[in-house]
Design a protein around this ligand. Structure first.
Ligand code: ADP
Length: 236
């Protein structure tokens, strides 16, 4: 179980995440929803141990986030993080060295399904292929908590379907699955719970069953963010 208590991150006086408290349970898929700049990435990076909270507490099964929890948490960021001279195969070896839960066979299978050539260099990859590589690497791990920042962005419909299948398989195997997205319609069928973020705060959350009494996720999204000005919705 993951718990965040009164979690905040302030950047030069700006509250990117502002007093977030939440509990995520095994065997469930959660989505962080909200327009650019609402604090989704900052929240995930703090949980992954990559960004230090300004205040608050994060624990995985009671253990504060730190070196001990890192091996139980998989995180797919939005940006590419490989040396351009590396091949897709090298990136897998790099991950296998770092993470005990990395499945080499799973990775090989994922590359085949995503039509990625292990011999291709990272510098040759289009942005969509790079996104597929980051997905394949993260999905080849078997961590207790698996987080994906915008996993469906920039990838083709076949890959989207595969990713949605993989996420639901991991959820069924008892993992905590957390993803951020603004492609609300595409993930609606996959989710157990949704968390709507605005200006660093979770303004609404609940199970899909609870939320469905108020409308579809898209309707709720429009209701929550539809009144925001362009300046508020655009990334800073
Ligand atoms: P989202 O993932 O929802 O798009 P982010 O967490 O990336 O939101 O950003 C939340 C806010 O924090 C934005 O206003 C953004 O400009 C700011 N922010 C994020 N990272 C940094 C940083 N490294 N330095 C300064 N401000 C940042």
């Amino acid at each position: 179980m993951l718990t965040c208590t009164s979690l905040s991150r302030i950047y030069a006086g700006h509250r990117a995440v502002d007093g977030v408290s939440l509990t995520l349970e095994p065997g469930k898929t959660y989505a962080l929803l909200g327009p650019n700049g609402s604090g989704k990435t900052t929240l995930m990076k703090m949980i992954a141990g990559l960004t230090k909270p300004t205040s608050g507490d994060i624990r995985l099964n009671g253990t504060p986030i730190g070196p001990e929890t890192k091996r139980h948490i998989a995180y797919m960021p939005t940006e590419s993080y490989f040396y351009s001279y590396m091949s897709i195969q090298d990136a897998g070896k790099y991950y296998a060295d770092f993470f005990e839960d990395f499945g080499r066979d799973r990775y090989a299978e994922m590359l085949t399904r995503m039509q990625l050539n292990p011999k291709d260099k990272v510098r040759q990859l289009s942005s969509g292929m790079n996104a597929k590589l980051r997905l394949a690497l993260t999905l080849s791990r078997d961590a207790e908590l698996m987080m994906f920042d915008e996993p469906l962005n920039g990838v083709d419909i076949l890959t989207r379907t595969q990713v949605i299948e993989e996420i639901s398989r991991r959820r069924d195997a008892g993992r905590i699955m957390l993803l951020s997205t603004h492609l609300v319609e595409e993930v609606e069928g996959l989710l157990d719970e949704a968390l709507f973020m605005q200006n660093g705060v979770i303004v609404k959350s609940g199970s899909l069953q609870q939320l469905s009494r108020e409308g579809t996720l898209t309707e709720l999204y429009l209701k929550i963010y539809g009144g925001m000005s362009e300046a508020e919705v655009k990334p800073c």
